[in-house]
Design a protein around this ligand. Structure first.
Ligand code: IPE
Ligand code: IPE
Ligand code: MG
Length: 255
């Protein structure tokens, strides 16, 4: 089945329609939203203006993902390494979830979107965590697209914690080392019951994972673009999905 998708965002009518196979839409798409600072710098503006505009791209990406029938959209919003940035920038970034949700939460509820958070809650300021908790609680019964924010997320910390917890369970006698399976490890990670991403997108031309979902991305398809995150539109997501549909996923086997 072919899904005709109109390029509806920020692209002229001259752009040809992309034809996407409706039966091969990636179920879980993860995005490393990068390039906000460079976007602002190019315009002679402070970095935070880049983050502000990045928030608009979050909305565009979420709408486009939902329209395409993507079931889970994971967005890398703040890494465990991003605390190294200047205090003012970190403080600004920590205000964005509140700001985004104050504007968008009602619409997310209307659109049946379920908001989730993947990250280490303990270091987040309480105003950030409370805003996220409210969004998670108020959308908990929705069964539409999952919008999963990776906030204070770091894969090595996630794996370290998981190993520590399993060690404690072994020490207590509730887990035997030989009973540890790949599925068990996966389910004990912050992504919990979410399936692994089928497609990873990174914007801004950087070709690295920056400590993002190292376990979960083992067999994901990777798509990199030079587009800076605040310029990202639904048309770019379509482009990524179109390329995904040309990939052959072999998982080490033969086709
Ligand atoms: C991504 O944009 C947003 C976060 C990492 C929070 P950057 O802020 O990393 O932008 P660049 O990479 O400096 O351009
Ligand atoms: C990765 O981007 C983190 C997020 C997008 C939240 P960074 O800008 O922090 O990554 P590096 O430092 O270039 O690897
Ligand atoms: Mg960056």
């Amino acid at each position: 089945m072919i899904k005709r998708v109109r390029s509806w965002l920020n692209r002229g009518d001259s752009q040809p329609e992309l034809q996407l196979a409706a039966d091969n839409i990636p179920e879980h798409v993860a995005i490393i939203m990068d390039g906000n600072g460079r976007w602002a710098k190019k315009r002679g503006m402070p970095r935070i203006i880049g983050h502000q505009n990045g928030m608009k791209a979050v909305k565009r990406a979420a709408i486009a993902a939902d329209d395409l029938g993507i079931k889970i959209l994971t967005l890398y919003a703040f890494s465990t390494e991003n605390w190294k940035r200047p205090k003012e920038e970190v403080e600004f970034l920590m205000k964005l979830p509140q700001e985004f949700l104050a504007i968008e939460l009602e619409e997310l509820i209307d659109k049946n979107v379920r908001v989730t958070m993947m990250g280490h809650p303990e270091d987040l300021p309480s105003h950030t965590l409370e805003a996220m908790k409210e969004a998670v609680a108020r959308t908990a019964d929705n069964d539409g697209m999952v919008l999963n924010f990776a906030l204070n997320y770091g894969s090595r910390k996630e794996l370290t914690r998981c190993i520590q917890e399993m060690g404690q369970d072994i020490h207590r006698g509730s887990l035997k080392p030989e009973d540890i399976t790949e599925e068990m490890i996966g389910s004990r990670l912050l992504s919990g019951s979410l399936p692994d991403p089928d497609l990873l997108i990174r914007t801004s031309g950087e070709l690295r994972l920056s400590n993002f979902m190292l376990w979960q991305l083992a067999y994901s398809e990777l798509w990199f673009t030079d587009i800076l995150w605040p310029e990202f539109t639904g048309a770019h997501l379509q482009e990524a999905v179109a390329e995904y549909q040309h990939r052959t996923r072999r998982y080490g086997g033969l086709t």
